[in-house]
Ligand binder design. Sequence first.
Ligand SMILES: [Cu+2]
Length: 199
Amino acid sequence: MIAQVSNYTQSVDNTFIIVTGICVFFLLLITVLLVFFSIRYNKKRNPKALNIHGSTKLEVIWTIIPTLIVLYIFWIGWVDYKELANAPKDSMVIQATASMWQWKFTYSNGKVADTLYVPVNQNIKMKLNATDVDHSFYIPAFRIKRDAMPNTNNSTWFNAEKLGSYTLFCAEYCGLNHSKMITKLKVVSKEDFNNWLNK
Ligand SMILES: [Cu+2]
């Protein structure tokens, strides 16, 4: 189990594991049946096809069950998406501006930084914008990714639950030095954050 470092880690990972589990289950089931039927109903053993009647009961079953499964996958994704899309009212707002090929973070007091500093256990709302082309704000450890585009007001939010330094980069191919559009998210204590902010 991966350590919970943001409010999303656990729920996004659970969704991922459930969806992957369903895929692996059906992959194995279908592969085994495919091989079994290929041997069992081989032309040499069954020169003439005899059992080719339809079965309404089977048709209904294999329509309803997959429908319920995809609705369930939609539902567990939707629950997390709704939470991700609505930042709590008490969030600290930080503006992230993406440009080729760097990140710029602007705080409410006007301070500008190229590294994202945030206090631990505080809701942080990231307003996302870009000056030139489409970029994407991505913190893999927090399971957060949201596009940062010109003339579009996207936002996302998170709550960092552990002190530490995490990779933050651009996840939208944005030109020659796209791979160098990488910086750090530093989660620090409230005092350290206030000292840094007012320095
Ligand atoms: Cu970019």
